[in-house]
Design a protein around this ligand. Structure first.
Ligand code: GAP
Length: 450
């Protein structure tokens, strides 16, 4: 069962380029993190399904965010708003008018591009033709549908392209029911939909994805301070969950990059295999959203401060992250290979709070005496930890499988366990093993996973 320590593991350098990307995409498919959607029908245009371990990991990413943004604070409450919404919301928010990308077609090869993403605006990156592009046309990214059986203009509805508007349109409801006052925030997680012209890079840019957004409402004079606070706070969150500092940076947007609502935005950027790119945006949205919705709805969306007698429209600081994109960043940052006794060991060095399983329970073999005890141990751990149970194959191969799933701790039940009521606990990163009495197991594991 033990892995000899005479020859320590030798790190293998995996370059942060297409090699890493291929390895992670491959691992995701092989181990059940992420599958191409509708694969048996040939897949469906950059949509993905989250498999048995992917769904656990994605939930953990969202739970870690919720814990930090809602559970550990007394100034933030959550909501879960509808995905389908009427045009009025998107008219007021500016999305019907402004949420567009400039689309060009190459007249030679008929490929379609976002004009603002072309390296050379005159040359087609697909066929090399020069000056072959059509005039740019503005393409709205929102998915349009119809609510009800009649497909006329009165029935038009949109799938939300961001979760944010659900928080703004519920501002008055939340203010009244939660008894919060600025500075306070509304948090939400959920699916958003954008008809992206150029989806790609696995789950980095997809047409259906998950967001985790906070709208933090502040007195106008405090906006700059809170903007700075949330930039630092969100940067810290990624570090705390194990993204290495040299793969993260905070970058302030240039004035010409700012969205239609923003008076200041910084991105938390991650060093992806193709270079630096956005992980999360933190925007100072001013009073744009509440003012727009108040104007369009005719409702009052402001705050009356009884202490000062002042009435004002709160300004909004918005940290907006993607859950699916963040999950991918954790996978890329955690992927590691090393050589152990002449074999390559692949390890996902995920933070215990992010890893799909926290503990694997493994009977040394499928023996009639070991399995009942292993199942007893499993049952004692399941209320506390997300556990995997595996009794197939040789123990070494099962350890390697757990390493690839990122499971931080494995508990092995062997023949000595029948006598001494102790088990072997094996650490994913160091591969160190030690014996722990079953009676103390929950506490010992909880301490190591904290
Ligand atoms: N409410 C502001 C807003 O939605 P955004 O920068 O457009 O801002 C926030 O989106 C985050 O959502 C991004 O930083 C990214 O993580 C994620 N995101 C946006 N579009 C995405 C897409 N097509 N696929 C995956 N994630 C996406």
């Amino acid at each position: 069962m033990s892995e000899p320590s005479d020859e320590g593991p030798v790190p293998i350098e995996v370059p942060n380029d297409a090699t890493l990307m291929d390895k992670v995409v491959n691992l995701c498919k092989r181990r059940g993190f992420v599958f191409p959607s509708a694969e048996i029908y040939g897949g469906f245009r950059s949509t993905y399904d989250y498999g048995p371990v992917g769904v656990l990991m994605l939930r953990n990413v969202k739970q870690a965010w919720w814990r930090s943004m809602v559970q550990l604070r007394d100034d933030v409450v959550g909501i879960d708003a509808a995905i389908l919404s009427p045009p009025a919301v998107w008219e007021a928010s500016g999305h019907l008018q402004n949420f567009t990308d400039p689309l060009v077609d190459c007249k030679v090869c008929h490929e379609r591009f976002r004009e603002d993403q072309l390296e050379d605006p005159r040359t087609c990156p697909n066929c090399g033709a020069v000056d072959s592009f059509t005039e740019a046309r503005r393409f709205n990214l929102m998915f349009k549908t119809h609510a009800g059986p009649v497909e006329d203009d009165a029935a038009v509805a949109y799938l939300r392209p961001e979760t944010a508007q659900g928080m703004f349109v519920n501002f008055a409801n939340v203010l009244q029911t939660s008894r919060k006052k600025p500075p306070f925030g509304i948090a939400q997680q959920g699916r958003s939909f954008r008809n992206e012209i150029t989806p790609g890079n696995f789950v980095f840019r997809t047409r259906e994805f998950e967001q985790m957004e906070l709208e933090y409402f502040v007195p106008p004079a405090e906006a700059a301070r809170w903007y700075e606070y949330w930039c630092q706070e969100r940067f810290r969150w990624y570090l705390e969950l194990g993204i290495p500092a040299d793969k993260l940076r905070l970058r302030a947007h240039e004035p010409d990059e700012l969205s239609h609502y923003s008076s200041g935005t910084s991105d938390v950027e991650f060093l992806y295999p193709w270079g630096w790119g956005e992980l999360e945006g933190i925007a100072n949205r001013g009073d744009y959203d509440l003012t727009q919705h108040a104007r369009h709805s005719g409702e009052r969306l402001d705050y009356f401060d009884q202490a000062t007698g002042e009435r004002y429209v709160p300004h909004v600081i918005e940290p907006a992250a993607g859950a699916t994109r963040t999950m991918m960043a954790f996978l890329l940052a955690g992927y590691d290979e090393e050589r152990v006794r002449g074999e390559v060991r692949t390890v996902l060095r995920l933070h215990p709070r992010i890893a799909p399983y926290q503990v694997a329970v493994l009977p040394l073999s499928k023996n009639d005496k070991l399995v009942p005890l292993a199942r007893e141990v499993l049952a004692s751990l399941q209320p506390q930890f997300m556990c995997d149970y595996d009794e197939t194959q040789a123990i070494g191969r099962r350890y390697r499988r757990q390493d690839e799933l990122g499971t931080p701790l494995a508990v092995t039940v062997d023949f000595d366990s029948l006598e001494d009521r102790s088990v072997t606990v094996r650490d994913r990163d160091s591969m160190a093993q030690d014996r722990v009495p079953i009676a103390e197991l929950v506490d010992v594991l909880a301490e190591r996973l904290a």
